[in-house]
Design a protein. Structure first.
Length: 134
């Protein structure tokens, strides 16, 4: 397996297909695809390949050198259980050793197995609050 930084020209098509094939991931739909493609470029994004097959990726946000927020981590079903996700996370820690890395997750069980600890929660601001403030 080879892990490297995302390259739009080399990775975008395979990555968007992988996301589109994953149940519950809506980033490849008509409404969100263009925004997500831009997010992939602007974020700290790593891709994992086995031979020429994309087998996983991570997308994170660098908070101006303070923290790294991992927003997305996805591994192809055929490559799960082979430490692909762990290796993607290790790349982030290796490349940003002086920053605390936070993972936004809806599969806490997986991350707890890796030794991650809960440090709060992520909440969504309801749209009606945004409309009322305008």
């Amino acid at each position: 397996m080879h892990i490297r930084k995302y390259n739009k020209a080399k990775d975008e098509n395979q990555l968007m297909k992988m996301i589109g094939d994953e149940k519950g991931w809506d980033y490849a739909n008509d409404r969100m695809a263009e925004k997500y493609k831009l997010a992939l470029e602007k974020s700290v994004t790593y891709v994992a390949y086995y031979d020429s097959k994309l087998c996983g990726f991570s997308r994170s946000i660098d908070d101006c050198g303070l923290y790294i927020y991992v927003c997305d981590l996805l591994v192809e079903p055929a490559f799960r259980g082979q430490n692909t996700g762990r290796k993607l996370m290790e790349c982030i820690s290796r490349d940003y050793p002086d920053q605390i890395v936070y993972m936004m997750s809806d599969v806490d069980r997986y991350y707890k197995k890796l030794g991650y600890e809960r440090a709060g929660s992520v909440l969504t601001v309801p749209n009606h609050f945004l409309r009322e403030s305008i």
